[in-house]
Design a protein around this ligand. Sequence first.
Ligand code: UD1
Length: 429
Amino acid sequence: MDRISITGGAKLHGSIPISGAKNAALPLMTAALLTDDGVTLDNVPRLSDVTQLLRILSNHGVDHKIAGRLAGQTTETGQTIDLSARQIVDTTAPYELVSRMRASFWVIGPLLARMGLAKVSLPGGCAIGTRPVDLYLQALERLGASIEIEAGYVIAAAPKGLKGAEIFFPKVTVGATHTALMAAVLADGRSVIHNAAREPEVVDLAGLLNKMGARITGAGTATIEIQGVSRLHGARHSVLPDRIETGTYAMAVAMTGGDVVLENARYDLLKSAFDVLQRIGVTVEKQENGVRIARNGAGVSSADVTTQPFPGFPTDLQAQFMALMCKANGVSHIRETIFENRFMHVQELARLGARIKLDGDMAVIEGVKSLTGAQVMATDLRASVAMVIAGLAAEGETVVHRVYHLDRGFEALEKKLQRCGAQVERISD
Ligand code: UD1
C-alpha cells in the first residue's frame, strides 16, 4: 500500500493549479443517465472516485470515452469525458460497486426518473458518522415513488413516472438535494425543493441540467423550482474548480509560510474560509485567474470556527483547519455540526505532538510551538490531507499511511506540493 513521506520545514513558493471539483464531477457524471444523448464534461479531475463512478455507470450501460491529451496540456489539465447512456441495460447498482463510495447512491434519482425503477444498494463511503439516506427516500416518495428496502437494497419504483411535488428538507443535505433535482427534472409538473442545499456544486449540477433542457430556477438559494420536462438532450459542461482543494492548499501555505498562487481557484466559492484565514493573519488576495495566499514569518493566531452548510465554513475543511490551529498562537475551538464522529484525525494529530481535547462536537486546540514528525494513518479523505498539512510544518519526517483515501479526492497532491518546494514523496511497495 502506498505511503506519503513528508519532510517538514520548507516554505511553499510558486503556483498550484486547482483541479475540477470532485463533488461537482460526481453528480454531473450521474446526470448523464437522464438522457439518451451524449453528455461531455470538461475539467474532470483524475481521481479514483471518478474512476469508480465510471465503473458504476458502465454497469448501467453508460459508454464513456476519455479524450486524449491535446498539445500543450499537462496532467494538470483536467480531462474531458464523453458519456452516453443511449440504452440503460441494468437498473440495479450492486453492493460490490456502491459500498465503496457513498455518492454512487445518487444514481437512484436519474434511474428512477428515466426508467421508472431503480434498485440501489445502501451506500458505504467515508467512515464519518452514520450518514443515513432517509431524506433521499422521503424526497423520492414525495415525487410519487414507492420505496421498499430489501436485503440491503433500496427498491424505488414509479412505473407511471414521477409527479411534481413540494419537498421540504428538515435539514440541509447536499446529496438529497442533488437526488431530488435529478428526479424532479423529468417528473410531470412543477416541483419545489424547500431548504435546499446552496452549495456551488448544486448550482453546477442545475447548470448542466438546464443546458440539457431542464427548467430549474433558484439553484444556489434555499428554494429551487423545477418545471418537469418529458425529455432531456445532450450538453457540454465544464466542472467548476474544487473549493475544498483550494482551501486545503491555502491552509498548507498558512501552515508553512510562503507565497503561492492557486490558479483557477474562485474566491467567491470559499469566502467563509478565506475570511477566517485573513482574520488569523494570512494574506488572501483575489486575482484575475486565481487566489494568492501568503504568510510571512509571524505565524498565525488562533480562531474559533463552526462548520455549517454553504455559505458557512465547510465541514470538508475542518480537519485541515484543525491541523493549522495546532501551531497557532493561542487556543482555538472548532465545532463540527454537520457530521458526528468527524474527529478521527485528532488522535493522529496528537501523534505529532498536537494538544487537542474533545468535548462532544467541540475540539479545543491549544497551539504548540512545534510539531514532530511521526508515522500516522489516513482515516478518511479530508482527515488524510490534514495529516499532510501537519507534516509540512512538523520537524523531521512524517509518513502518512493508507494513502488510497487521498487518491479518492486530491489529484496529483505530491506533484502540486513539490512544485512549490515541499519535500513530499510517494513510496510504493
Ligand atoms: C456531501 C459531500 C461531502 C460533504 C457533505 C457536506 C459529495 C460527494 N460529498 O456529502 O464531501 O462533507 O456534502 O457538505 O458531494 N443526512 C441525513 N439524512 C439523509 C441525508 C443526509 O440525516 O438522507 C445528514 C447527514 O448524515 C449529515 C447531513 O445530513 O449529517 C449533511 O449530509 P449531506 O449534505 O447529505 O452530505 P453528502 O451529500 O453525503
